[in-house]
Design a protein around this ligand. Structure first.
Ligand code: NOJ
Length: 480
C-alpha cells in the first residue's frame, strides 16, 4: 500500500519536506493605533478618513487592534501550528516622516516584540517592507515620482535589514506593485486616490522597480547574515481549457495569454514588474503604445524567491491558424505558417464566486505557478491565497465556513500538482490570519481563519482554522 493512502489530505503527498505553512497580514489592515506612540500618518490614514472613500466610511484607525493584541494573536498562531508569519512593517510607524534620520523608538519596540514573540514559538517572521502605507509626507512631496522617496525607502530597508537580520531571514520588498499602481494611481479607489493616465501609471511600476532594486542592494550590504529577499507580485494567471487531454496548444495559449501585455491586462499582469526585476528585461510595452524601459539591467540585483499573491485566474483555449505562405522556401517546400491565438473562455451563468465576487478557479494554482516558475526560475512563495466569505457567528457560538475549507482544499490540491510537475514552491501563506480591513471594501469582507468581532475585538477561530491546523499537523507527521 502506498504510504500516502491513509492520509486525510492525500494531496499533501507532493509537498516537499521543508515546505513552509503560514499566514499573512499587513500593518494597515490589522494594527490600528493609527496615531499612537509617535506613528506618522500614511496615505491610507488620510485616504480612509475621507468620507466616501471606503465602504460604510470605515477606516483602519483601529482595525484588529493588533498593535495592542499581538501577544494574543501570536499565541493563537502557535495554537494553529504555523511555522511562518508574513506581516508588514508600517514605514511611518518606524520612520514617522519617511526620512531615515528620525526613528520612532515605540515602533522599533513593537516590531522587535512581534519578531521575538514569533521566534519564541518557532514561527519564522517574514517581513514585508511596503504593503501600501506610504508616509503621507512623502506623498505630499511627489510620492514615488520623487527620487528621494526611493532613496528614503532604501534607507528604511537597510535599517530593517541591519536591525532584524540576526533574527529574520525572509523579506519581501514591495507588495503587489500592480495593485499599488492600478488601484491607487489609475482607478483611484485606493490611496492616494489618483487618476493618472496609462503612461504615468506604468511609470509608477517603473519607480517601484527602482525602489525594489535599490532596497535589495542596500539590504544585502548591511545584513548580518545571509538573508532571503523577494517581493510579492499579483496578476492574471491563465490555465488551459482542455486540462484532461492536456492539449499543448491550449497550454501554450494559456501561457501566451498570461504573459502578453495588452490593453486589457497591463494593469494586472506579472511581467511588467517581474521581467524587469528578475530577468533584467523590459516587457513589451510597445504593444500598449509605450516605450520599453531601457534601464532594466540596473533593476535586477539577484533575489532569492518570487512571491505570488494568487486568487483567481482565467481559462484559455487555443485557436490555431494555419496558413500557407504565398512563396516557397529554398528547398522548394511550402512555407507553412502556424499561429496560436489565445481565446478567453467565457464564464457561464452561476460560475462559482467568493463573497467579493472573485471567480473560484483552483486550476490557476497548478498552471499559473508552472508558468511563473518556467519563466522566472526562482523558488515561489505563495505569499497570499484565500477567499472572502461573509462569515458570521452561528447560534452555537462558532463560525462555520465550509466554503473556505472547500476552496482551500481545491487550491492546495492544484498547488500540489504544480509541485509534482516540477515547480519549486517553498511555502504557502494563507491570507489572512484574522479578518481585517479589506481596503476600500472595509470590514464586510472577511478573509481570516480567525473571526474578529470588531465591537469587542474578540478572536474566534473559524472551522477553517481547525482544518488548517489538521493539514499542518498531518503534513508534519507524514514527514517524520
Ligand atoms: C492582496 C493584498 O495584498 C491584501 O492586502 C488584500 O487584503 C488581499 N489581496 C485580498 O484582497
Amino acid at each position: 500500500m502506498n504510504e500516502h493512502e491513509n492520509l486525510k489530505f492525500p494531496w499533501l503527498k507532493n509537498f516537499p519536506a521543508n515546505f513552509k505553512w503560514g499566514t499573512a497580514s499587513s500593518a494597515y489592515q490589522v494594527e490600528g493605533a493609527y496615531n499612537e506612540d509617535g506613528k506618522g500618518a500614511s496615505i491610507w490614514d488620510t485616504f480612509s478618513n475621507i468620507p466616501g472613500n471606503i465602504n460604510n466610511n470605515e477606516t483602519g484607525n483601529t482595525a484588529c487592534d493588533q498593535y495592542h493584541r499581538y501577544k494574543e494573536d501570536i499565541e493563537l498562531m502557535h495554537q494553529l501550528g504555523i511555522d511562518s508569519y508574513r506581516f508588514s512593517i508600517s514605514w511611518p510607524r518606524l520612520f514617522p516622516d519617511g526620512r531615515p534620520d528620525h526613528i520612532n523608538p515605540h515602533g522599533v519596540k513593537f516590531y522587535n516584540s512581534i519578531v521575538d514573540d514569533c521566534r519564541r514559538f518557532d514561527i519564522e517572521p517574514i517581513i514585508t517592507l511596503f504593503h501600501w502605507d506610504l508616509p503621507q509626507i512623502l506623498e505630499d512631496q511627489g510620492g514615488w515620482f520623487n527620487p528621494q522617496t526611493i532613496d528614503y525607502f532604501s534607507a528604511y530597508a537597510a535599517w530593517v535589514s541591519e536591525h532584524f537580520s540576526d533574527r529574520v531571514t525572509y523579506y519581501c520588498t514591495i507588495n503587489e506593485p500592480q495593485i499599488i499602481s492600478n488601484l491607487g494611481y489609475h482607478i483611484g479607489v485606493h490611496a492616494p486616490g489618483k487618476h493618472l493616465d496609462k503612461e504615468r501609471t506604468v511609470e509608477i511600476i517603473h519607480q517601484l522597480a527602482h525602489a525594489h532594486s535599490k532596497a535589495v542592494k542596500a539590504m544585502r550590504a548591511v545584513a548580518k547574515k545571509d538573508i532571503k529577499i523577494g517581493f510579492a507580485s499579483t496578476g492574471n494567471l491563465c490555465y488551459p481549457s482542455t486540462t484532461k487531454s492536456s492539449s499543448n496548444d491550449d497550454m501554450e495559449a494559456a501561457r501566451i495569454a498570461t504573459f502578453t501585455t495588452t490593453e486589457d491586462n497591463w494593469m494586472f499582469c506579472h511581467q511588467i514588474f517581474c521581467d524587469a526585476v528578475v530577468l533584467g528585461k523590459s516587457a513589451d510595452l510597445r504593444s500598449i503604445g509605450l516605450e520599453n524601459w531601457n534601464d532594466c539591467d540596473e533593476l535586477c540585483p539577484p533575489i532569492d524567491f518570487i512571491g505570488i499573491n494568487a486568487y483567481n485566474g482565467h481559462e484559455v483555449r487555443a485557436r490555431r491558424i494555419d496558413s500557407s505562405a504565398p512563396f516557397s522556401s529554398n528547398d522548394g517546400s511550402a512555407n507553412q505558417m502556424s499561429y496560436i491565438i489565445p481565446e478567453f473562455v467565457e464564464r457561464g451563468p452561476g460560475f462559482p464566486r467568493t463573497a467579493l465576487k472573485w471567480p473560484i478557479t483552483p486550476e490557476m494554482m497548478n498552471y499559473g505557478m508552472r508558468f511563473i516558475y518556467d519563466r522566472y526560475h526562482l523558488p515561489i512563495f505563495i505569499c497570499e491565497n484565500g477567499l472572502s466569505c461573509n462569515d458570521s457567528l452561528f447560534l452555537d457560538g462558532k463560525v462555520h465556513d465550509p466554503n473556505r475549507i472547500d476552496f482551500l482544499t481545491r487550491y492546495l490540491s492544484e498547488l500540489g500538482k504544480a509541485i509534482e510537475a516540477g515547480a519549486v514552491i517553498a511555502g504557502y501563506m494563507h491570507w489572512s490570519f484574522t479578518d481585517n480591513f479589506e481596503w476600500h471594501s472595509g470590514y464586510d469582507e472577511r478573509f481570516g481563519l480567525v473571526y474578529v468581532d470588531y465591537q469587542s475585538q474578540k478572536r474566534i477561530p473559524k472551522d477553517s482554522f481547525w482544518w488548517y491546523k489538521d493539514v499542518i499537523e498531518e503534513f508534519g507527521h507524514s514527514r517524520h
